[in-house]
Design a protein around this ligand. Structure first.
Ligand code: SF4
Length: 199
């Protein structure tokens, strides 16, 4: 928890609205408290799936848009929601948040479109600095495991090593580092979880 409190302070200094929770259940409660009755778009995220946010919101009657359950068109609806929820691929100890996308949908939504964003990030995503964040993004544990999960044929999935591929299946075409929350959103919340979550 100590490292998370240090990171939490840096996130607050940068302008993110952050908090630390001990596990997925607490992360779910924190997200639901922030969201209230608002509409929600969800990015591709094992972390969000792990905490069961989609089903909780559906049961509560919130409007929810998630392409993993509602089809590809949900990506566009998600981008106009009151809250956009996803995770990150890495976060530095000083609070710089890194994401990589094939289509840029999460990065786009965290920049402009939804009114607010909520990032739920497990402690396994913490890295020393931006260089390490980039290395994590391209690693067998992150890109390789994600490519395998998606069943696509990339060097990271097939050989466990990135070669900056030109594959049409490439899953890391767009990468962004958020040093501050985008001014295009009202608030960017970060829920740090003291557990390993997602890839
Ligand atoms: S560039 Fe290609 S090989 Fe490297 S991490 Fe991305 S998808 Fe995998």
């Amino acid at each position: 928890m100590e490292n998370l409190e240090y990171l939490n302070e840096h996130l607050a200094r940068r302008g993110f609205k952050s908090c630390v929770v001990s596990d997925g259940q607490e992360a779910l409660r924190a997200a639901l408290n922030i969201i209230g009755t608002g509409s929600v778009g969800i990015g591709g995220s094992l972390t969000v799936r792990e905490i069961g946010l989609y089903d909780e919101l559906k049961n509560k009657g919130n409007a929810v848009y998630w392409h993993w359950t509602d089809g590809a068109d949900a990506k566009r609806s998600a981008a106009g929601a009151d809250y956009y929820v996803c995770s990150a691929n890495a976060i530095t100890r000083e609070g710089v948040i890194a994401l990589t996308d094939g289509s840029g949908n999460r990065i786009s939504a965290l920049t402009f479109g939804p009114k607010n964003a909520i990032l739920i990030i497990g402690k396994n995503k913490i890295v020393a600095d931006e260089r390490e964040a980039f290395m994590r993004i391209r690693s067998a544990e992150c890109a390789g495991a994600n490519a395998k999960r998606l069943g696509v044929h990339t060097p990271c999935a097939e050989f466990g090593k990135c070669d900056d591929c030109t594959s049409p299946d490439r899953i890391c075409s767009v990468t962004a580092f958020f040093e501050r929350p985008s001014k295009g959103l009202q608030n960017t919340y970060v829920i740090l979880v003291d557990r390993n979550m997602g890839l």
